[in-house]
Structure formats: structure tokens, C-alpha cells
Design a protein around this ligand. Structure first.
Ligand code: ADP
Ligand code: MG
Ligand code: MG
Length: 920
């Protein structure tokens, strides 16, 4: 750009931005601008009438954003506030700071989403030395006036000027003991006056300024403080955890005060339209007599159950109950309200949709439909699908108190306790003895999987939500806490330390995979039940959803469990997981070794054939025969595996993926090296020779980047007999199952296809093997052949690939990994946390699909695949298949089904229904 040519930007001044809205102008639709509290206070005064809701106005979130960007109030704000205040004063018939009859206001924060306790609020603003007496005279209540002033000086100092709260609490405690009373409400007026003096002194000592006597100045400072509280540490952390964007800002609500501290016919409280823990259709809540709202939440006094209000103030109670009903019907959701009673008159100060645990959410949805409040579709939308997970796992007793030893990533929900073991074999041994153990490892690997099944829970010090430990644990429904980096685990010493606590093998430990908490205290666990209401919700979800829900299951156990949870088929059966088994381990290692031996022998034979030597054919035959000797045993095992899985699924579709291991997981160099060293110690013999040969072979196979090396289809192209063995086993199992009952529906799936030519080659080969197998058996079964779509190239050439595929299954874990160049195992703990911190990302792309990037690839492949082949079946089998936000996306791109781990199946059913309702 040529600097000289541009004219200086002129200030946009024509239309002044409207920063202030009176409550009467607002409504619930305006929560982005007015914040949730402001929008709902406005809505409430429409619904309940202005006499129920004290008047006031809201300063917009835009004003806050502008203030935070510029470091000062945006132009026009001060004037608009003054005008709104003037209107408020006129409607109230009182003026701020008026010595005879002062108007007092509250200054309340309120963001678009509620951030309880994170932002600031100041009450009783407007009082100063010159008007306390006026307030006392008007109310004929000295105590009330001085209690209000005491509260203002205290809250203002604390909230607006950051003076630590315990300084005030210490003064209050001293005042109570000096007066010989237990409660603030019993303090004599003189004590309150003294407290005001002391609080003011503390104020000037701490801030170097006098406590502001000008109400206008109080208001300005309080508004700024609320704006500033948006950037406070507490609020920033809360937003991080709850994924609330930093750029929303908070609104500020200025509202005429009503007083719960005017004596025995006054009070303040909170209430839920239904029981906030169980969801039972009975309001719950707490209140205090002669108190302002802050006292109820701050715990300075013991609150009373809302039921007691019925006896104390029957009319107020009846009104409150009626209002709760009105609000719930109006908002069509369970509400959580705040109220104040001033001299027997009930005022409503806040309402919002109640946060609730999964059981309450389910109960509400079912009751709301039964009561005719909501339709099924609406009722389903009131449930946070992701939270339903909690209903399927044991949890820490909510009433239990315990000390948190350390915290990690909440990687797989549910709670577990047991004694510590540091290795998978120890876990297995313990399980055989019937002991409950928690498997503790720095991280886990393929070899540890048997330990997952044996342990109650898994705890690691490294890795995140997409680490091996997390994935396997979720798949198996084992609670898991990952990446607890405060733990220093010493495997050789069989101990770990957290701070100065040392724990050894056999010591008790408890983990909560829902929260990430780790404790050594003996916390009680409570078992979940899949109650009738949950079953009802799931049945509705099944009626409303379009997407099919399948499961990822590698064992008959998984398959059966998933069916109980309502899985309609298996979307991913990973055959390599059947090999992760100590007994099969040796067989599998031999298979891979002889595969490589076979490849070399075949190459020699080929050379012989090229040289037209007469022994060429014999060499080919010998190579094949040697390899098949190794393979046939595995083929029999696999056939049995597949048979029991097909039986468990009873005629439902089962997608079996051919082997896709990174080779190093099965051929770890260290294992072979250790064997050589061991045999060397014992003194060499033939076995040492073999071990050395094997080590050399394994070393020659080791890859710099195994995840991008000899995997998936590449393995099948390099060593066709392995896939041939698997296809035979699958077809034989299908034939055997068909004899017994419903014809199975097997779908053979090829992993890691990039080129249409790979798929063509393998498909031809597999169809040939299948035909041969069926011919040999003299029976036919239906089967289809499809492919994983998990490489960007496959997405880009999906039309060509579709030519050779009956179905696509998006493997979004690998697709995310390869599209982003993120190594799942390395990125999670080290990079992602930092990225989220720096706001480069707001969540892990392995948790919720990266819609603009990876999602675009999925969309493209789905569309062009279907164009090339309209009957192409489309599914997704990555971890995203159990994530509600991702499921919503898969609904929009028109996939046929999602597949997720067994325990996520109910979540996916509900999320799929919600997605369908939203799409409609
Ligand atoms: P939070 O978001 O932390 O709940 P609020 O702005 O809701 O903060 O204020 C906390 C409490 O202060 C309310 O529950 C209510 O009891 C009291 N309060 C706020 N505004 C008023 C008011 N205008 N009159 C009386 N009490 C109020
Ligand atoms: Mg509140
Ligand atoms: Mg994959």
C-alpha cells in the first residue's frame, strides 16, 4: 500500500452505539448482547410483571468488549448510563444518594453463559455517610440501614478494590465475639457502625483513598470492576475449562435494590423448579431469614430448606411455587432462580436453566413429556448427551470427602479403587486371585491391554485423552486418569511419588476418571443403574434419530455389552486387538517374522524363475508352505474369534478390519534384544543363533516413523498371505454362523488405503480368496468389501476409490493425525495444552472433529463417493463417533451411521437424535 495516498480514517461518529438497555427493552433472545442474567431478568419482568422484578438496566457485553480493548469506557457510555439512571430514579421515585430517601442499586455481572461465582457483584450501592440516617428513618429500621452500609463498604472494598475478604471476616468475627453473639444478624447497631468505621479505615489504608462518598463515583468504579472481572484469573481459568470464548465479555446489570435484611419477614434464597440432584418433580432450594442473597451462597450462615418457608411465610411460599411453575412452563426447561423477600413481598432476581447431573436431566426429560410440558424432541434437547456417560459407570459417592493427591486428565469416566500394581501381568495375576487393582504406568502399550481387562482402573502419568491408555480404557469401559504429571513413577522400584507422598505396590488408591481426581483415601463408590427413565429416553432417541449407531468392538464381550447398550452392529472390529493377548503373542511374533522370511524366500524364488532355473517353482512352494505352517494356527484362532463375534451380533452388520498394526508394536526391538542377552548369559547354543537371526531381522524391519510405515493395506500388499488367512477365517466363520441361525452380515474392510489401485488389487485378491473359501465349503454367504477413509488423499480421490468399495468408513483418528500432521501420541500432552492455552485451538481435534479442516475432507469424500456410487454406505469409526458435537456434524454431512466404543453407544443414540431434531 502506498502510504501517502490513503486518507486518515475518519472517526465513525454518525450513529452512537446503544450500550444501555432498560430491562423493559430486553428479552431472552438478547443474551449475547445483554448476557444471560440481563436477558432473563428482562424476560422475567415481561412474564411475571414489573412489580415482581426490581427495575433496572443492562450495560451490554459490547460495551465491556470495547472497554477492555481500549482500556477505558467507550464514548457515549457514561451519558447513556446517566440517562438510564435518571429513568430508573424517576420510576422508583427516589434518587441515588438522596439524604432523605436514597435509591440503592446492585451492580451485577452477567455473561452470555453463566459463570457462577467467577464475576463480580456489588450490592447496596449508593449509600454514603450522609444518607444512612435517611434510609434508617424511611425504613424505621436502624439496624437494616447500618447492616446495608456495612455490606456496601465491605463488598466494595473487596470486589471493586481487591481488598482480601478474610480481612473483613476477621473483623466480623471479632465484632461478634465482642458482642457475645453468634450471628451477624444479632450484632447491635453500634457494632455495625463501628464495623463501617473500621472497614472504611481499612479501605483508605489499603487503597490510599477515602471510601467514595459520591454514589456516581461508586457506580463508575463498580461498573469498571465488573468489566475488569472478565479478565480476572478466576474467570479466565473458568473459561478455559468450560471452553467459553474470551471475547464475549460480560454485561453489567444495574438494578434497584430490594432488601432481604429488613427483619423477620424478609429474606433471600435460591430455588430449583425440581430437585436439583434427582430431578424429582418437587422444588428444592435454600433460604435465609433477614439476609441478603450473598449470605445464602457464601455459607456464612446455615441455610434452611425451602420447605420451611411454607410454615414461616405461607403466602410467600405459595407465590414462589406458582412462579416456579410459570417460569418452567415459559422457559420449557428446569429453572434455577434467586429471590428476595422484602417485608413479606416476593421479588424474583434471576432465573436460568438449571445445571443438573445426568440422572436429573433424564428424569426431567421423562417427567416433562409425561406432564405434557414438552414434546419428546424438545425434551431430548434438554439433556447434555455427553453427561449421560456418567450413568453407566460407578462414581465417587457425591457425599464423600477426600483429599486429592494429584490430578490428571479425565480420560475415561467412572471411578475405580483398588491396590496399586505397576505391570499388566501383575494386574492379571491379581485379578485371578480376585483382588481389585488399579494399573499404574507412565504410559501404556499394546502389550498392556490384558492388564486393562484385569484392572479396575488405569492411571498414567503421561499422555492425554487420545493416548493409548485413554482409548483402550474407554473402549473397555474402564475408568482412566491419564497424564497425571505430578506423579513420578519408578517402575523398577515399584513405587511412585506425588509431592512427598510415596506409594508402593499394594497400597490402596482411588481414581475418578470423570474428574481426573486421584486420592489415597477410602472413598465409597456408588454403582450405576440403567433405570427405566434412561431406557425411555433412549427409546425416544431411537425413534427420532436418522443415523445408525454401531460400536467398535474387538471381542465377543465388547460386542455383547454394546448390544445391551443398543448397538445396531459393529462398525469396527480391529483384528490386531485379538492378537494383543499373552498366549497369542508368540504366535503373532512368529507370524511377522516368517512373513518377512517368506518375502525374502519369494524374492529368491523369483530370481530363480527369472534365471529360468528349474528349482524356481519348488522354491515358491517351499516358501509358501513354510509360511502357511505358521499361519494356519492363527487362522483357526481367528475363525473362532470371528464366529463368536458374529454370533453375539445375531445377524447385525459386522465390519471386520484386516490387520493394521504398526509393525513395531508386534516386533519391539527391545524384546528381541533382551532375549539375545538372556541367552548369551546362559551360554550360546542353537537358540542363541536363532535369537540373533531374529534380532537382526527385526532390526532390519524397524522404521523411523512406524505410524507412517508398513501399516494397513501396505502390509497386505507386502505379505498377501496374512490377509488371505484373515479373509479365509472371516468367510469360514460366516459360513459356520449362517448354519446356526440368522445369516451374518460381514463387511470386510481394508485399512489405510491411499490409492484406488491399492484397493483394486486387494479387492480382486480378496474376492478370489472368498470365492475359493466358499467353494471349498460348498456354501455361500453374503459379504461386502469396503475401505477405511483415513488419509487425505483417499478423501480427495474418493470417487475413484468408491469404484472398488461397497462402503466407506471414516477413520477420523488417523485422518486427523494425517491431515494435521499431528502425531496423536506425541501431541496431546505436550502441544495441545499449550495450543489451547494460547487460544490457537479451543479443544483437541481428536476429541471433536476439526470441522473446517478434517471435516471438509469428510464432507468432500462423502459427497464425491456417493456421486460415483449412490448406494455407497458411509460410516465413521473414529473416537469422534461418540462425541456429540462431532455426531451433529456427521448428521449434517449425511453419513449412514456412527460407530463408537460400547459405553458411548447410549450417548451416541441420544446425540444422534438431537442432531436429527436440530437438523429438522
Ligand atoms: P451471581 O451471579 O454471583 O449469582 P448476582 O448478580 O446474581 O451474582 O448477585 C448475587 C445475589 O445478590 C443475588 O442472588 C441476590 O440475592 C443479590 N442481589 C442482586 N441484585 C439484587 C437486588 N437488586 N436486590 C436484592 N438483592 C440482589
Ligand atoms: Mg445470581
Ligand atoms: Mg487407522
Amino acid at each position: 500500500m502506498e502510504a501517502g495516498r490513503t486518507t486518515a480514517p475518519s472517526r465513525p461518529r454518525a450513529v452512537a452505539t446503544k450500550y444501555v438497555y432498560d430491562f423493559v427493552e430486553g428479552s431472552r433472545e438478547m443474551r449475547e448482547l445483554l448476557g444471560g442474567k440481563g436477558a432473563n431478568v428482562a424476560e422475567m419482568s415481561r412474564v411475571l410483571g414489573p412489580e415482581r422484578v426490581p427495575a433496572g438496566f443492562t450495560i451490554t457485553t459490547e460495551a465491556c468488549v470495547a472497554y477492555l480493548a481500549a482500556g477505558e469506557e467507550p464514548e457515549g457510555l457514561a451519558e447513556q448510563v446517566a440517562e438510564a439512571l435518571d429513568r430508573l430514579e424517576r420510576s422508583a421515585g427516589k434518587r441515588l444518594g438522596d439524604p432523605g430517601d436514597p435509591l440503592l442499586v446492585s451492580v451485577r455481572s452477567g455473561a452470555r453463559e453463566s459463570m457462577p461465582g467467577m464475576l463480580d457483584t456489588v450490592l447496596n450501592l449508593g449509600l454514603h455517610d450522609g444518607c444512612v440516617d435517611g434510609l434508617a428513618a424511611m425504613s424505621a429500621n436502624q439496624w437494616f440501614a447500618w447492616d446495608s452500609y456495612r455490606r456496601l463498604v465491605q463488598m466494595f472494598g473487596n470486589v471493586v478494590r481487591g481488598i482480601p475478604g478474610d480481612l473483613y471476616e476477621r473483623e466480623l468475627t471479632a465484632a461478634r465475639s465482642a458482642a457475645g453473639v453468634e450471628l451477624d444478624t444479632d450484632l447491635p447497631v453500634q457494632a455495625l457502625r463501628d464495623l463501617v468505621d473500621r472497614f472504611k479505615a481499612a479501605f483508605s489504608q489499603r487503597t490510599g483513598e477515602e471510601f467514595p462518598q459520591d454514589p456516581g463515583e461508586q457506580l463508575r468504579q463498580a461498573i469498571r470492576a465488573v468489566f475488569d472481572s472478565w479478565s480476572g484469573d478466576r474467570a479466565v481459568q473458568y473459561r478455559r475449562i468450560n471452553r467459553i470464548p474470551d471475547d464475549w465479555g460480560t454485561a453489567v446489570n444495574v438494578q434497584r435494590m430490594v432488601f432481604g435484611n429488613r427483619g423477620q419477614t424478609s429474606g433471600s434464597g435460591v430455588a430449583f423448579t425440581r430437585d436439583e440432584v434427582t430431578g424429582a418433580p418437587r422444588p428444592s432450594g435454600d433460604f435465609l431469614v433477614n439476609a441478603q442473597g450473598e449470605d445464602v451462597v457464601s455459607g456464612v450462615r446455615n441455610t434452611r430448606e425451602i420447605d420451611e418457608l411454607r410454615d414461616l411465610m405461607p403466602e410467600v411460599y405459595a407465590e414462589l411455587m406458582e412462579i416456579l411453575g410459570i417460569l418452567e412452563r415459559h422457559y420449557r426447561d428446569m429453572q434455577d432462580v434467586e429471590f428476595t423477600i422484602e417485608d413479606g413481598r416476593l421479588y424474583m432476581l434471576q432465573t436460568r436453566s438449571a445445571k443438573r447431573p445426568a440422572q436429573a436431566a433424564v428424569r426431567f426429560a421423562v417427567d416433562a413429556v409425561r406432564e405434557g410440558l414438552l414434546g419428546r424432541d424438545e425434551a431430548l434437547l434438554t439433556i447434555d448427551a455427553a453427561s449421560l456417560d456418567a450413568l453407566l459407570h460407578p462414581t465417587f459417592d457425591p457425599a464423600a470427602e477426600y483429599r486429592v493427591l494429584a490430578r490428571g486428565v479425565a480420560a475415561s469416566p467412572g471411578a475405580a479403587k483398588g491396590t496399586i500394581v505397576f505391570s499388566a501381568p501383575d494386574a492379571v495375576a491379581a485379578a485371578e486371585e480376585g483382588r481389585d487393582v488399579v494399573l499404574v504406568r507412565p504410559f501404556t502399550e499394546a502389550d498392556d491391554v490384558a492388564g486393562f481387562a484385569a484392572a479396575r482402573g488405569i492411571l498414567t502419568s503421561e499422555g492425554g485423552k487420545a493416548s493409548h491408555a485413554a482409548l483402550v480404557a474407554r473402549g473397555m469401559g474402564r475408568p482412566c486418569v491419564c497424564g497425571a504429571s505430578e506423579l513420578a513413577i519408578d517402575l523398577s522400584a515399584r513405587s511412585m511419588t506425588a509431592g512427598d507422598t510415596v506409594l508402593r505396590e499394594g497400597d490402596p488408591i482411588a481414581i475418578n476418571g470423570t474428574t481426573g481426581d486421584i486420592t489415597v483415601d477410602d472413598v465409597a463408590l456408588v454403582e450405576p443403574e440403567m433405570g427405566d427413565e434412561f431406557a425411555t429416553v433412549l427409546a425416544w432417541a431411537d425413534e427420532l434419530r436418522r443415523l445408525g449407531v454401531r460400536t467398535n468392538a474387538d471381542t465377543p464381550d465388547d460386542a455383547r455389552r454394546a448390544r445391551q447398550f443398543g448397538a445396531e452392529g459393529i462398525g469396527l472390529c480391529r483384528t490386531e486387538h485379538m492378537f494383543f493377548n499373552p498366549e497369542r503373542d508368540a504366535l503373532v511374533k512368529r507370524m511377522f517374522l516368517s512373513a518377512e522370511g517368506w518375502r525374502r524366500l519369494r524374492a529368491d524364488a523369483q530370481q530363480a524363475a527369472d534365471d529360468e532355473r528349474p528349482d524356481a517353482q519348488r522354491r515358491f512352494d517351499q516358501a509358501d508352505a513354510a509360511f502357511w505352517r505358521e499361519l494356519s494356527e492363527l487362522q483357526a484362532l481367528q475363525r473362532a474369534d470371528f464366529e463368536s463375534i458374529l454370533e453375539a451380533m445375531d445377524g447385525r452388520p459386522v465390519t471386520i478390519r484386516l490387520l493394521d498394526p504398526p509393525l513395531h508394536e508386534f516386533l519391539p526391538v527391545e524384546h528381541f534384544r533382551a532375549e539375545v542377552e538372556r541367552l548369551e548369559q546362559e551360554g550360546g547354543d542353537d537358540r542363541l543363533e536363532t535369537a540373533r537371526r531374529e534380532l537382526a531381522l527385526v532390526e532390519s524391519l524397524s522404521e523411523a516413523n512406524p505410524m507412517l510405515g508398513t501399516r494397513g493395506a501396505r502390509l497386505g500388499i507386502l505379505y498377501p498371505p496374512i490377509y488371505e488367512m484373515q479373509v479365509r477365517a472371516i468367510l469360514e466363520a460366516a459360513i459356520a454362523t449362517a448354519r446356526g441361525g440368522d445369516p451374518p452380515r460381514v463387511e470386510i474392510m481394508l485399512p489405510l488405503i491411499a490409492y484406488e489401485t491399492e484397493l483394486r488389487l486387494l479387492r480382486e485378491f480378496m474376492v478370489r480368496v472368498a470365492e475359493e473359501t466358499m467353494e471349498a465349503a460348498g456354501e455361500r454367504v453374503e459379504y461386502s468389501v469396503g475401505t477405511m477413509i483415513e488419509l487425505p488423499r483417499a478423501c480427495l480421490v474418493a470417487a475413484r476409490i468408491a469404484h472398488y468399495a461397497d462402503f466407506f468408513s471414516f477413520g477420523t483418528n488417523d485422518l486427523t493425525q494425517t491431515a494435521l500432521g499431528f502425531s496423536r501420541d506425541d501431541i496431546e500432552a505436550r502441544i495441545l495444552a499449550r495450543y489451547i492455552d494460547r487460544k490457537i485451538l479451543d479443544r483437541s481435534p481428536f476429541e471433536t472433529i476439526d470441522e473446517p479442516g478434517v471435516g471438509a475432507l469428510v464432507r468432500l469424500a462423502a459427497r464425491s463417493g456417493r456421486e460415483a456410487r449412490p448406494d455407497l454406505k458411509l460410516g465413521i469409526c473414529g473416537e469422534h463417533g461418540g462425541d456429540p458435537d462431532s455426531i451433529e456434524f456427521f448428521e449434517r454431512v449425511g453419513l449412514d451411521y456412527v460407530s463408537c466404543s460400547p459405553y458411548r453407544v447410549p450417548v451416541a443414540r441420544v446425540a444422534a437424535a438431537q442432531a436429527a431434531v436440530r437438523a429438522a
